[in-house]
Design a protein around this ligand. Sequence first.
Ligand SMILES: [Zn+2]
Length: 228
Amino acid sequence: MAQGHSVDEYLETIYFLAFPIGEYRPLSSGSPTLSSRVAEMLGVSRASAGEMLKRLEAEGLIERGEHKEALLTESGRVRAQRVVRKHRIIERLLTDFMGYTAAEAHVHADELGDTFSDEMVERIDERLGNPERCPHGWPVDTAFEQEENRDLSALADLEPGSRATIVRLAEHDGDLLHWFYDQGLEPGAEIELQEAQPAAGQLTVKLNGDERAIGEKAAAGLFVKPTA
Ligand SMILES: [Zn+2]
């Protein structure tokens, strides 16, 4: 959908980009600009993403850094953390209470967006027994999430022969999320990277004794904890 992404959805996306999983890598000069990455993740044009980023800047939620990169301000970070936490709790309401599958939960949680006030979200959280993670493995506690980021890496960044446990699934692409579940690539699954075939844009993994090919895009959205 080209339109209709709210400020909160943008903040959610910027938050994801602001706290990279794996090593802390500042944007290098060769990296695509934030507006093009945000546009790609939300499936909107670069122009509409750029317009929205200007609005976020005017509202004091982001600011431009030394190299004109967009950074979350303190108030932007606090609001983004509240947004992602709420999203994760609502996803658990959808799976645990309403019976939706994990693959369905993300998009419905986006649709519910502003339905629940912060106070309602706290009541839901309590009723659900303070779940630790969303159905896709993202911690409800954002401080813990940021800490855990250091121990994780994208499957795409592992060396062949590595073994790892899937911890989190990228959820911004609904089709890809469904594909993960169809393939049994879910949090808790153990995989072994057999070989990477960059020329073919894919890698081969072993999952439950079966070999299967995973495209680069999917491998970049599977966040794993390497087995020591
Ligand atoms: Zn989720």
